[in-house]
Design a protein around this ligand. Sequence first.
Ligand code: ZN
Length: 316
Amino acid sequence: MNEFEVKTYYAIALDPIHIGAGGARLGRVDLPIIRDPATNLPKIPGTSLSGPARTYTAMQTNRYRWKKDGKEYSCAGRGGEGGEKHCGSVNPACPVCVPYGFSKGSGNSMQGLAQFFDAQILLFPVASLTGTVWVTSSIVLEGLGLNSEFQAPENGFYPLGEQLKDKRKLNFGWLMLSRGEGSGDLTNLSVPDMVKQRAVLVSDKLFPKIVNTNLEVRTSVSIDPATGTAEEGALFTYEAIPRGTVLRFDVIYNSGKYFRVGEQELRTEDGGEVGTQWVKAQVEKGLKLFEILGIGRMGTRGMGRLKVLNLEKGDC
Ligand SMILES: [Zn+2]
């Protein structure tokens, strides 16, 4: 049995997704989204994935609000002040507290066995005269084990997808680019064929520019909570990652085999080992609901649904 497994997930945004950076406005936008300081590319922090995943796993396993021995628990969320609402059971292992962690004071806490990393944009949809094309670059494709060299022309595009092979010029929003020499093959990537067939490679320098100038900017109205009506002059604009964006994120699943919490071994409900497969199965029960309930705080505005494309087939 392995001590850990790294799984790369691919996901497609079914709605615009807004994960706010908080604080100050950026240029023309009141509510900017979070960006990676190194690349200036929008991203979704790992905590914005693990938070909702935890809640949804709790919903799927009846640990959202539940009772044991007359005591009330909620394994979703932060577990109240000091985490006392988390059950913190390791034998049998709680399907929420063990994968996502809990803290109930000294000797009775553990870091989750699942570690979430930031979601990065992998293929970004842009409107062109021939319809939507998905843009990517060498750097964002790195480390995906595709066994292909990705080389983009410096100031042009290279079509990765069949449907664009005969295009000599393409517009990316307002930007017009010519086809150049390049290489790359997306055949083995676990994303929809429609996306792969309309994928184009651009340089690592051009990619953030195309993304940042084609983000969705929406206008909304602030609602006064007291009266339920629109506040006067309270229009605000917010940025979002557009629908159709393909993202990738990694989760490391650690085995609980060698863990002890307060001298206790970790065991599953039927007395089995808490291995990586068990941890992954619990987390994926939560990831499955991303496409229905979404992530981010703007779910009520019809935003945030994210379909994870490569979940294990199972009964969850
Ligand atoms: Zn629990």
